[in-house]
Design a binder for this molecule. Structure first.
Ligand code: NAD
Ligand code: IPM
Ligand code: MN
Length: 360
């Protein structure tokens, strides 16, 4: 039997609800594949602020560092929105990404045939969409210095963030992106704003340089405004997209809607070596928290990404992914992916249906 130590970070809002479903799924999968998951739970985000005053307690980071993989749900909520920046849930999320050096965030947007009608776009536009967004996660404007709200000489306040990338930061994410594209459709589109931003010019230059090492990958470049437009106009032109932290955040939410719901989209945040962190693309959905309405499938599929990319258990990952397809085939739908004639279920019932499918 293989043993893995998994740190669970339920976080806030719908986080605990979707993570509970996912743990049930992993327990079944563990039995079937002779894997023992040793789960340990830790605090992050708003719940950590309430308990300790710190959105990422040192203890949490230490537990994560000593585990084989980290499964995070979501953080954030109205309650903490007006605290000083260092005490915000989001600061805890950024700190764990930086603390584990998770510079590469893989965000697949794949349309499942069962959900074509849940997309807000026309069937012909989205059918067959299969995009991988490779988002740089520990640099760019999220982390650049200087940042803060400063007082000017006239006594007026001035808010500052800095978008910065070094060559080595660009090179390492570009390498992940080229390798990802190589294993997929061999097309890589790098998204930047090189017509305006110097940081983007350097980005484009480095990505272009690296292309020499991957002659089998076809590289293209788009400005981010055009990329946003192309994503909703003709998403099938994309295979792999590589971009910086902020552009990747925005484009991956847009790509989510191609697939029907952000409640379906998983992600993997990877560094060099263990542990990776696996989290849905969506947030804590405070508007539906505590109501058993959340779609747990993005979280469940994040666990599948954990098995595939973090633990090298591809068969177990495939089993989960097939289970998700099967419950959708059976017609189960949470509110976000509901369409006429389907069976409306909440978070828990979706989980139960999935467990049943996996057991059968
Ligand atoms: P959100 O992703 O939480 O919600 C956006 C919309 O999508 C909401 O209407 C929500 O109900 C819906 N939604 C999201 N996930 C869903 C799911 N699994 N099933 C059904 N519907 C779902 O984004 P937001 O409202 O902009 O942010 C809410 C909070 O979450 C904020 O505090 C934000 O900072 C935080 N956030 C955290 C993460 C993260 O933990 N990785 C990501 C994004 C936002
Ligand atoms: C995400 C979220 C986070 C981000 C926030 C909550 C810090 O939007 O994971 O996509 O911007 O990276
Ligand atoms: Mn986001």
């Amino acid at each position: 039997t293989r043993q893995y130590c998994i740190t669970l970070l339920p976080g806030d809002g719908i986080g605990p609800e979707i993570l509970a479903v996912t743990v049930d799924v992993l327990k079944i999968i563990g039995q079937q594949f002779d894997i023992t998951f040793n789960f340990q739970e830790a605090l992050i985000g708003g719940s950590a602020i309430d308990a300790t005053g710190n959105p990422l307690p040192e203890e949490t980071l230490t537990l994560c560092r000593n585990s084989d993989a980290v499964l995070l749900a979501a953080i954030g909520g109205y309650k903490w929105d007006n605290l000083p920046r260092h005490q915000r849930p989001e600061t805890g999320l950024l700190a764990i990404r930086a603390g584990l050096n998770l510079f590469a965030n893989l965000r697949p947007a794949t349309i499942l045939p069962q959900l074509v009608d849940a997309s807000s776009l026309k069937r012909e536009v989205v059918e067959g969409v299969d995009i991988m967004v490779v988002r740089e996660l520990t640099g760019g404007i999220y982390f650049g210095q200087p940042k803060g709200i400063f007082e000017t000489e006239t006594g007026e306040k001035r808010g500052v963030n800095t978008m910065a990338y070094t060559e080595s930061e660009i090179d390492r994410i570009a390498q992940v992106a080229f390798e990802t594209a190589q294993k997929r459709g061999k097309k890589l589109c790098s998204v930047d704003k090189a017509n305006v931003l110097d940081v983007s010019q350097l980005w484009r230059d480095r990505v272009t340089l690296m292309a020499d090492r991957y002659p089998d990958v076809e590289l293209s470049h788009l400005y981010v405004d055009n990329a946003a437009m192309q994503l909703v106009r003709a998403p099938k032109q994309f295979d792999t997209i590589v971009t910086g932290n902020l552009f990747g955040d925005i484009l991956s939410d847009a790509a989510a809607m191609l697939t029907g719901s952000i409640g379906m989209l998983p992600s993997a945040s990877l560094g060099l070596g263990k542990p990776g962190l696996f989290e849905p693309v969506h947030g804590s959905a405070p508007d539906i928290a505590g109501q058993d309405k959340a779609n747990p499938l993005a979280q469940v599929l994040s666990a599948a990404m954990m098995l595939r990319y973090g633990l090298d258990e591809p068969e177990a990952a495939t089993k989960i992914e097939q289970g998700v397809l099967a419950v959708l085939d059976q017609g189960y739908r949470t509110g976000d992916i509901m369409s006429p004639g389907m069976k409306a279920v909440g978070c828990k019932a979706m989980g139960e249906a999935l467990v049943k499918v996996l057991e059968s």
